[in-house]
Design a protein around this ligand. Sequence first.
Ligand code: 6R9
Length: 643
Amino acid sequence: MSYPFQIKTKEAYEKAYQQSVSDPEGFWADVAEQFTWKQKWDKVLNWDFKDTFIEWFRGGKLNITENCLDRHLEDRGDTPAIIWEPNDPESRHRILTYKELHFKVMQFAHVLRNNGVKKGDRVCIYLGMVPELAIATLACARIGAIHSVIFGGFSAQSIADRLQDAHAAFIITADGAYRGNKDIPLKSTIDDALTTCPFVRKVIVLTRTHTPVSMIKGRDVWWEDEIKNVETMGNPYFEAEVMDAEDPLFILYTSGSTGKPKGVVHSCGGYMVYTTYSFVNVFQYTPGDVYFCTADIGWITGHSYIVYGPLAAGATTLIFEGIPTYPDAGRFWDIVDKHRVNILYTAPTAIRSLMSFGTDLIKQYKLDSLKVLGSVGEPINEEAWHWFDENIGKGKCPIVDTWWQTETGGIMISNLAGVTPSKPSYATLPLPGIQPVLVDENGNDAQPVTNDKGETIVSGNLCIRFPWPGILRTTYGDHERFKQAYFSTYENKYFTGDGSFRDTDGNYRITGRVDDVLNVSGHRIGTAEVENAINMHSGVIESAVVGYPHPIKGQGIYAFVVTENSHVHELNKDDILQTVSRLIGAIAKPDKIQLVSGLPKTRSGKIMRRILRKIAEGETGNIGDTSTLLDPAVVEDIIKNKL
Ligand code: 6R9
């Protein structure tokens, strides 16, 4: 497979970028021509950020699985599509060629149909990192059902919220999942979620851990039994459903600044074009390369850069079931050597955590197959960047620092490996088709200033002023929220929620969220969500949650909690943690809980988070203007008892 749209030189990047701005429709039409369409589009782009509609390739008809699977059969049917590395290094790994993956996806599409799934139905997928997770997602896409993958670490309550929001009547799960030395009881969590979701009609359960599970007659069926039924049917061919380019492909929930996660909706056509284009260009994928992205398919990085982008490009994508520190902190390097990985895409939090184990372990591995390294999820600090470069890349692998979001579908700002220069801690330049702008509070273009190092920079809130094919199309079931969240802050611009600098060469350095969203180990967590969960705990009156710098997680969660004085049972912090775990999941557990007598508030009753943030960051000598505080004694008290 060749990629006519692959950019191979700095000059070609500049040319592509220019063209993508002067003639976006012509530019993206040329890229889209490289895919299999059942019917060509009538119009490349219709959009209005004010009225908030965006359509790419209107009238085009396709099925993304034909692009990820069928079209590779002739030339690369026997090439590995998926290499699966199990949690336990002593267990056998699995390889699925494009032919085998195609076959399994069609088989499972039959299973879905046999169980009543139809085009447009929402199907929730709650699985560990097994090949069946990719198979299930692709089978949904094959039949035209909208998948909603939920990360295996989310609680029953979080699952129930998502099932209700999407009104998903079908679930695909497993008895359990292996992660390091833990067995995660997936089915039993689903059972808990389903007590409040009577509309769920079918639960398909894969066998993985042999954990005992309860199976409800008529509702719950085993994956393996269903496959046997399909085998007796004879011809496994499953005709791919004809989808409009703008039909939804999936929903993926993500935290925003309000309490309720948003169901980000991506389309079939634009998403396919954008993930493939960005995959091939950012990582400079060459056919035959083994590509390993360490994210979980439960997050957007896994959707776009484990499943759809790589498979549409005919790549070999490695799926790893376990965690970086099991059985020891050399696991990633072991996988790299074992499968001769060429491209490794991971997260700063993983790098920082592995740094803390020192470099002795790394010396046992060759790591000589590596050509390109990548980072995603949060700003990468210079120390981690250099450590990664020296110890893993051995100074010879370009590092791509890829900035993007669940909402953007694919990588937006990044260097292209070995093609455009990297700059430690900078995501660098926008991809062709991406038009970033930095704006001030009023939405005007931010003006250059001189920073304390004497450099001229522009600093502001990061917006994008023109659509790209991978942009989200709506938030599920609530288009008004989509409008509010992304297009109301600044007129005619998509607002990312991130702050950024830009140097005189046009390189962007993302500084982090400017809204009430935290980035904990690369996971987006809304402070309001955590507060809602804490406030559910008996004896809690109110709470405020802020982030603080954490050496490994990037940001840690600091919770200030006001409790009832008269509460008989003394409030135990571990109990509060338990409540957060139950309601959201372990990833949202605060790192610090400080019980306080009151929160700093303005006269109008608004919590002054700015002050709490300063306290959590340890900058108690510099908490800023407190003149609007209702009761300054509250702040003194909090500072005195700070953790
Ligand atoms: C892909 C993904 C999005 C938020 C985003 C930003 C942060 C992601 C980054 C980065 C600096 C990078 N972020 N990549 N910040 N440099 N290379 O992570 O999606 O989970 O939706 O998070 O993550 O703050 O707004 P998502």
